[in-house]
Ligand binder design. Structure first.
Ligand SMILES: Nc1ncnc2c1ncn2[C@@H]1O[C@H](COP(=O)(O)OP(=O)(O)OP(=O)(O)O)[C@@H](O)[C@H]1O
Ligand SMILES: [Zn+2]
Ligand SMILES: [Zn+2]
Length: 853
């Protein structure tokens, strides 16, 4: 191939298309679809990705510039991922480069650096020591002494750059800080030149490795001729005769207790080689994982396993919903189907929510598949994540387990993609590209003829609905067609363990009875019993929408962010108040700024307050608190959970973090401090989220031999999602919720596109908002023949009407069916963006939004 189409590293509307470049003969064997390249772009060199190859140029061939650089031996992306990026850019209305970048580990993102290089033009030095050409530049009187030495400096600088090769601009500037003018003059006269170099954000870690010589006979001959005082050399060579494998230099030195000079002299004679090699950082190095063996499956597990296995065996694409109550053994089904997939020589991806990517989860996969597993999560350092990614790309591992972005694991023979807790909203990325990992994994699985398994005890309404309709969205019971997603049910816990009993406590009654504590009498008593019996308790405080704000008890003033219309959150440790949207912080006030009352204090029920109150109510109680404040440190998550497992605490208190995936035998009580915090959010999924969270956290109790109990405290105990959750009744919940969604016209009965606009001035925003809504409405009625193709709601102020001093308006597009509406919206936006550009209006688009703020 002679030409390549390349997407360059500028995320803008104007550059959101492939550019043609010529492939120089010297690089032609290295350039493939998915290759990362350096290309001249205007005056700069940019990073780009090859998305297509072709023989003929579409434009005047003489105008096409050549690719300047290919940094990787193996392209970081595959052709399949490149196709996926195009689909993502069309589906989620993002730039193609943004989609491509999302697929790569952070370490591979380009960093542009300025280097200073020698141009090949000799400096014009004169023998008489007087000033060279252009001495006037930058020089003023009174610097005679420098003036004298300057040609020497000039020469020294040029020599330095010649010797070192291109030098980082900053390095040169600091080294010759006292001679800035000389450096500048060398640049201006063209002796030195500035070049832009693309660097990876992170380099591969290199280690010195010692390799045996290939020539055994020569080595043996050499040993025979060695004088007796060269014992150490002899030891090294004999080591390699017995173990003819490369070994890290440091390890060899320690093993044989020799010095590096011994190795060096052998290397000089060619009897060993010392080469630099990549070292793969292993975040789990030195950790022993207890190997586990497949368990005998229960009848329900067997049924699920067989269904999935039959598609794996047939290389057939299909999507399953594995709906299994908490503790029904979904993970064991994942493990055994992965084994089946590996037996076919194919690879598997397992997605879990970031929050539940706990050491316990990793252990279960590493315990079964050992070194074949790569783990990708955000608590790894950038280098560790990069190395895990490289193991996947190089085919050194067969299973990738990770949070959302692991869906892009660059495997080439995918057989199975598992999404655990598929209902979790964290599978949707909230910044561009705003993709949903579920849709992306189904797309990838289609390309690989692979199976997707969506697992949950509380499937999202969207997924559940798809088990009732066919691929064209019509009810299966009418069409008799195969559902879009096949349902597999596991309704029982393994070994017939019962689901825990759930009590709902009405907090309003508690208040009436004079109990002002955040613990109801039932919960108080239940905790006391666990303390006596030395069993453990998990307490959930759902902080979302319930943060600790600062309020004046006299006049009701609430401290808000001056840049965003949202209340500030109190942080006890630093004793200040912070905005979670823009980072603004101020000190806690001592008197109310409105009424000067001193009764200003932080309010709401933060985890810290619950911890304090526990200490007061139950002297000596041992509490582990897990929230954003206590889990920022690397490894802290793991530390807390291990302590809890070892029974070094009576209570594990936390936010959503404690609700998921944990499996502790001694936990017999789960308490929910306030179940309704999410219910009051302006979100049509509030009921669904509440049901899911309560069910998940209740599922932590009584998972083993001891029976469990759950106490849920609420101000609205009659709410259907709380009632159904307390009965473990997904089916009643889902049909009631579906009915409501249908009535109100919400997903899954339609799809949404949320368009948010922001501007510093309200009048501009109002005008532009109306204009956009009108263009959308015009298009909607033009596109649909009788019915409008889609419905446009708004513009209205966003639920958070101002962030970082920008006001926010939103329009909602509602439609049925698949992509046409997205295409229409894209084309309206393209025309509108040109109009909006002079106004500096910011527009962001979210297809299938999860959060409507
Ligand atoms: N076939 C089996 N025989 C015996 N024990 C099993 C079997 N399958 C799973 N278990 C055990 O049952 C417990 C619950 O299983 P697991 O954690 O896989 O359930 P889950 O459905 O993933 O639960 P959750 O959704 O609550 O995380 C675990 O301790 C697991 O080891
Ligand atoms: Zn006040
Ligand atoms: Zn703010």
């Amino acid at each position: 191939m002679t030409y390549a189409k390349i997407i360059v590293d500028i995320p803008s509307k104007e550059t959101n298309r492939p550019y043609d470049y010529r492939i120089p003969a010297s690089l032609s064997d290295w350039v493939e679809i998915g290759s990362r390249v350096g290309v001249p772009f205007g005056p700069r060199v940019l990073q780009g990705f090859v998305v297509d190859l072709h023989h003929e140029a579409e434009v005047d061939a003489s105008k096409i510039k050549p690719i300047s650089d290919v940094p990787d031996l193996v392209p970081p992306l595959t052709a399949e991922l490149v196709r996926l990026s195009r689909w993502m850019s069309q589906t989620y209305l993002c730039h193609e480069i943004t989609a491509l970048q999302a697929m790569l580990p952070g370490a591979l993102k380009a960093k542009y650096e300025r280097y200073i290089a020698y141009s090949g033009q000799e400096p014009h030095l004169r023998d008489d020591g007087s000033a060279g050409s252009g001495t006037d530049i930058g020089w003023t009187e009174g610097q005679g002494i420098l003036f004298d030495t300057e040609p020497l400096e000039e020469e020294a600088i040029v020599q330095y750059v010649k010797l070192k090769g291109p030098v980082k601009a900053e390095a040169l500037m600091s080294r010759f800080a006292d001679h800035a003018a000389v450096v500048k003059r060398l640049l201006q006269s063209g002796i030195l030149e500035e070049v832009q170099v693309i660097k990876d954000r992170l380099s591969q870690k290199k280690v010195l490795t010692v390799f045996p010589s290939e020539d055994r006979a020569r080595v043996e001959e050499y040993i025979a001729g060695l004088p007796a005082n060269r014992k150490r050399q002899k030891e090294v060579l004999e080591h390699f005769l017995n173990h003819p494998f490369p070994v890290k230099q440091a390890e060899l030195l320690a093993l044989l207790e020799i010095s590096s000079s011994t190795l060096k002299s052998l290397a000089e004679k060619g009897l060993v080689h010392i080469w630099e090699t990549d070292e793969l950082r292993d975040p789990y190095a030195g950790r022993d994982f207890v190997p586990t063996r497949p368990m005998a499956l229960t009848p329900q597990q067997t049924e699920a396993y067989r269904a999935i296995a039959s598609d794996l065996d047939a290389h057939r694409h299909r999507t399953y919903l594995l709906q299994g109550v908490t503790g029904s053994g979904k993970t064991e089904v994942y493990l055994q189907t992965i084994q089946r997939c590996l037996d076919h020589g194919r690879e598997a991806i397992v997605l879990v929510p970031e929050i539940s990517l706990t050491p316990q989860m990793v252990e279960r996969f590493k315990g079964r598949f050992g070194d074949q597993v790569a783990v990708l999560h955000s608590r790894l350092s950038q280098g560790e994540r990069y190395d895990e990614w490289r193991k996947i790309r190089a085919g050194k591992v067969k299973v990738a387990i990770g949070a959302r972005s692991a869906v892009f694991a660059p495997f080439t023979k995918i057989g199975l993609i598992i999404i655990d807790e598929e209902h979790e909203s964290s599978y949707k990325q909230e910044e561009s590209p705003k993709y949903h990992a579920k849709d992306v994994s189904i797309r990838r699985a289609e390309a690989h003829h692979a199976v997707v398994v969506l697992g949950s005890a509380t499937p999202s309404l969207e997924t559940f609905y798809q088990t009732k309709v066919d691929a064209s969205g019509r009810p299966c019971r009418l069409t008799g067609q195969e559902p879009a997603i096949r349902l597999l049910m596991m309704s029982e816990r393994v070994e017939g363990r019962p689901l825990p009993e759930v009590k709902v406590v009405d907090l309003r009654e508690e208040l009436k009875a004079g109990n002002r504590s955040m613990f109801s009498r039932e919960l108080h008593q239940a905790i006391e019993i666990r303390l006596q019996k030395k069993e453990q308790t998990v307490l959930l405080l759902n902080r979302r929408g319930y943060s600790t704000f600062v309020m004046c008890r006299t006049c009701g003033f609430v401290a808000g962010c001056p840049h965003c219309d949202i209340s500030l959150t109190y942080h006890q440790r630093s004793r200040n108040m912070r905005c979670h949207y823009c980072g603004y912080a101020e000190r806690e006030p001592h008197v109310c700024p409105e009424c000067q009352s001193e009764h200003i204090r932080f309010f709401g029920t933060g985890t810290q307050r619950v911890e304090e109150e526990l200490g007061k109510l139950f002297p000596g109680i041992r509490v582990i608190r897990m929230d954003v404040d206590t889990t920022t440190e690397k490894g802290s998550h793991e530390k807390w959970l291990t302590m809890f497992r070892n029974k070094e605490a009576d209570v594990l208190l936390g936010t959503q973090m404690v609700a998921k995936g944990l499996d502790f035998p001694e936990v017999t009580l789960v308490g929910v401090i306030a179940a309704d915090t999410v219910l009051n959010l302006p979100d049509f999924r509030a009921g669904e989220k509440t049901f899911q969270l309560l069910t998940q956290v209740a599922g932590r109790a009584g998972r083993h031999h001891l029976p469990g109990e759950v106490v849920v405290q609420s101000y609205s105990p009659d709410h259907y999602s709380i009632v159904h959750a307390s009965r473990h009744d997904y089916s009643s919940f889902v049909y009631e919720e579906l009915e409501l969604r249908k009535e109100r016209g919400y997903p899954p009965y339609c799809r949404l596109i949320l368009i948010t606009m922001s501007h510093e001035e309200i009048p501009v925003l109002v005008k532009m908002g109306e204009a956009l809504a009108n263009s959308l409405r015009e298009r909607a009625s033009a596109a649909g023949s009788s019915d409008p193709a889609f419905e446009v709601l708004g513009p209205v102020a966003s639920p958070i009407p101002r962030i970082k001093d920008r006001y926010r308006f939103q329009c909602m597009v509602k439609y049925r069916g698949e992509t046409p509406a997205v295409d229409q919206v894209r084309s309206v936006l393209a025309a509108f963006e040109a109009k909006a550009k002079p106004y500096k209006l910011q527009i962001s688009v979210d297809v299938d939004p999860q959060i409507l703020m």
